[in-house]
Design a protein around this ligand. Structure first.
Ligand code: ATP
Ligand code: MG
Length: 263
């Protein structure tokens, strides 16, 4: 399963990505969690200690690696380089183990001119496309807020895109925009998760604005989750109600993806 997570800023993408990753890992899947947000913080949401988080070097900043695999130095736009660099050993060699999850921090590609065709970008795209897929593997991609990056080809190879919304219609507006773009990118399945829900009334209001977007689950607002961020702890096991909602969503995603692959 290859799952990408998108949505407006601050809605809870990283929280959902981390908790799904840890849940699937606990269930016995081999999980690769990819932090594709330049402002990366999936590591701490997964529960990596703050001092170790500081030691992480994002993949695109490993210039020797990029050079070795693509045959071109970072910043060399327009020159010849390999369009299919070897990436299959990357999770194993460069993944950081956090509680049974392999974390890859992608980093930012500073687009210069023809940003799309710099060696770093080719390397990342190839990586996203290649990652897995055996039936016991799960890839979870925590994406940057907003929509600009959707055109850059990060998520075409995903089985499903989950858009997170919160009680607030601006996040729903973003979801509709993402949906329009996802269609053009050929993403097969698209689902919405409502996060930070406080009341039934909020749910009714959000649902009526989701229109043709498919709701796959709801996560409650949780003081425990909020508090975990204050303390640099993982939000994944701090609140039973929240964790069981994660479990329900994870199960639904499995069913949906299996269903779409089976038929
Ligand atoms: N269900 C929840 N209940 C309470 N607080 C939550 C909940 N989900 C997320 N939060 C809090 O909201 C904040 C934003 O969450 P998170 O970082 O997961 O969002 P994001 O969409 O990844 O943000 P960004 O767009 O900056 O990447 C965090 O402080 C997090 O702890
Ligand atoms: Mg985030």
């Amino acid at each position: 399963m290859k799952i990408a997570i998108s949505g407006k800023g601050g809605v809870g993408k990283t929280t959902l990505a981390a908790c799904l990753a840890r849940y699937y890992a606990k269930k016995g899947y081999k999980v690769v969690a990819v932090d594709a947000d330049p402002d990366s913080n999936l590591a701490s949401a997964l529960g990596l200690e703050p001092d170790k988080v500081l030691e992480i070097t994002p993949l695109v900043e490993m210039s020797r690696l990029i050079e070795e695999r693509t045959g071109a130095k970072s910043g060399e736009y327009g020159l010849y380089f390999k369009l299919n660099p070897k990436v299959d050993d990357i999770p194993q060699k460069f993944g950081i183990d956090v509680d049974g999850v392999k974390l890859l921090v992608a980093g930012t590609v500073k687009a210069g001119g023809s940003g799309c065709y710099c060696p770093e970008n080719v390397f990342l795209k190839r990586l996203f496309r290649h990652l897995i897929v055996n039936s016991d593997e799960v890839v979870i991609l925590d994406m940057e807020a907003g929509i600009e990056h959707l055109g850059r080809g990060t998520c075409e190879s995903m089985d499903c895109l989950i858009i997170v919304v919160e009680p607030g219609l601006r996040s729903v507006q973003t979801a509709h925009t993402v949906k329009k773009m996802a269609k053009d990118l050929g993403i097969k399945s698209l689902f919405v998760v409502i996060n930070k829900l406080k009341s039934h009334e909020e749910k009714v209001l959000l649902e009526s604005n989701l229109k043709d977007l498919r709701l796959i689950g709801v996560l409650p607002y949780s003081e425990g989750v909020r508090d975990s961020d204050l303390k640099s702890l993982s939000p994944c096991n701090v609140d039973k109600r929240f964790s069981s909602a994660i479990e329900e969503i994870a199960t639904k995603i499995e069913e949906e993806i299996e269903g779409s692959k089976g038929g």
